[in-house]
Design a protein around this ligand. Structure first.
Ligand SMILES: NC(=O)c1ccc[n+]([C@@H]2O[C@H](COP(=O)([O-])OP(=O)(O)OC[C@H]3O[C@@H](n4cnc5c(N)ncnc54)[C@H](O)[C@@H]3O)[C@@H](O)[C@H]2O)c1
Length: 441
């Protein structure tokens, strides 16, 4: 199907709407990580020419060579993209009609660090022209799009809502979860003005099945933080219950599995060695920090959940020590095999991994620690680079204790338990396998 060429007297945003409808619009994505790369592929799949910008030259090289470094995008998907330009610098954004920002939003010294978003905003501002839609996808506190990003984009004299459109639309993907998540997960979309929002809705509707709109950008920013705070607080709740249940002499796993049979009004969460990654361990603090700045008080639930979750690595180390002690061994000098070091099952992501914290603390206490992880071939611990060891019987039996920290899908737990001398299971992977040498969190 071919579209007639557009009349030149349309106002810039009307022209943009038509270019999105006809797929003539060029889509630029800034930040090609876990969020940006799947988005770039989805926009390309919807028929847009795309420009991918990432400051990391190694990522740009990989993409140009047809390699993927993100679990949710395969090398063959990269290779199949034919209307794509990759760049390590932002000049190419001058060609883009839609620019989506997918930059990290970490904490630095316990406070939100928006440097990367704002630096990329400056880059976009330099090449901004009338008739462009700019969308922020990074997770952040309410007010960021309007109060911090908009003034940067307007520096050159263009006005949001009149000359260019501005939107906030949080990403909700769960890396490693199968099933084309981007297309089937409802997308929250907001705009600085109604018109901005409508343009963003028309863009996302080209590759997302369902779009939910909010009245303003602050509501969309808050919605994402509510989702992550809900997980953070509930994980902390079961972690706190797990510690207490042991002192009460109750098997927490049996209780949680029983509770999870309730068909309504209950969503199961599971204890573990703590929380990591780029979301649950960080985002709620954005909200609490913002409340502190703006209102003078932090959010008690979030602060307490952080404390509980942050204590879990130490608790796991203590419990491993107790389990070894019961067999007459000390941590110092014991051989420990950590199974899984990624921050959660199914991902190759080490960012803020509590499993890695456990490994480091065991090492600090004098244990000889090795690890196995099917998704992570090697980790750097201080000066040393450790390579993942295989999980064959001879290897497993040579360790004093196997500590299950992040059981990736496909882990043969039964075989592991059969081969091991002692198992400490921090994730409930062994539930249903009862043996005297298995100890659970
Ligand atoms: N990872 C997730 O599961 C997930 C899910 C939903 C939302 N988010 C949110 O999305 C945002 C991005 O997260 P991510 O996991 O994709 O991060 P990421 O670290 O995987 O990717 C971000 C990319 O941005 C690049 N970058 C940094 N500064 C840049 C700049 N000035 N110009 C160009 N590129 C630059 C980095 O090199 C990196 O490749 C965060 O706010 C995060 O909280 C993440």
């Amino acid at each position: 199907m071919s579209f007639p060429s557009l009349p030149t007297d349309l106002d810039p945003l009307e022209r943009l709407a038509a270019r999105i409808r006809s797929r003539e619009a060029v889509v630029g994505v800034v930040g090609l990580g876990y969020v940006g790369l799947p988005l770039l592929a989805a926009a390309h799949g919807a028929g847009f020419q795309v420009i991918g910008v990432d400051a990391d030259v190694h990522k740009i090289e990989a993409l140009r060579e047809g390699r993927s470094y993100v679990v949710d995008v395969t090398a063959s998907e990269i290779a199949a993209m034919d209307r794509v330009t990759y760049a390590a610098t932002p000049e190419a954004l001058g060609e883009a009609d839609v620019v989506v920002l997918c930059l990290p939003t970490p904490l630095t010294d316990g406070a939100p660090d928006l440097t990367m978003v704002l630096t990329a905003g400056e880059d976009v501002a330099r090449y901004l022209r009338p008739g462009v839609l700019v969308v922020l996808e990074s997770t952040t506190y309410p007010g960021t799009t309007d109060e911090l990003l908009r003034p940067i984009l307007e520096q050159g004299g263009l006005v949001a809502g009149r000359d260019f459109a501005l939107s906030y639309s949080p990403e909700r993907i769960d890396p490693g979860r199968a099933g084309g998540q981007l297309a089937v997960t409802p997308k929250i979309v907001s705009g600085y003005t109604e018109r901005c929002r409508d343009l963003a809705v028309s863009f996302y509707s080209t590759f997302v099945q369902s779009v939910t709109v909010t009245h303003g950008t602050r509501e969309a920013e808050m919605a994402k933080l509510i989702e992550n705070t809900y997980r953070q607080v509930n994980i902390a709740l079961v972690n706190e219950l797990a510690v207490m249940a042991r002192d009460l002499g109750v098997d927490i796993w049996e209780s949680l599995h029983a509770a999870a049979t309730k068909p309504f009004g209950y969503q199961p969460f599971w204890p573990g060695p703590g929380v990591g990654g780029h979301c649950i361990a960080i985002d709620p603090t954005y909200l609490s920090w913002r409340a502190g700045q703006q209102l003078g008080y932090r959010i008690g639930f979030i602060e307490h959940a952080n404390e509980v979750n942050n204590r879990m690595p130490d608790y796991v180390v203590q419990r491993v020590a107790d389990a070894l002690n019961d067999t007459g061994l000390a941590i110092r000098g014991s051989k420990v095999l950590a199974v899984g070091v990624a921050f959660k099952p199914g991902v190759d992501d080490l960012r803020g991994s509590p499993a890695l914290e456990v490994v480091e603390r065991l090492q600090d206490k004098g244990a000889e620690v090795a690890f196995h992880d099917t998704l992570i071939p090697a980790v750097r611990l201080g000066e040393r680079e450790l390579a993942s060891v295989p999980l064959d019987v001879d290897t497993v039996v040579s360790f004093d204790v196997v500590v299950i920290l992040t059981p990736h899908p496909g882990l043969d737990v039964q075989a592991l338990v059969s081969a091991a001398r002692l198992v400490f299971d921090a994730r409930g992977a062994t539930v249903g396998i009862d043996a005297p040498h298995v100890v659970r969190l």
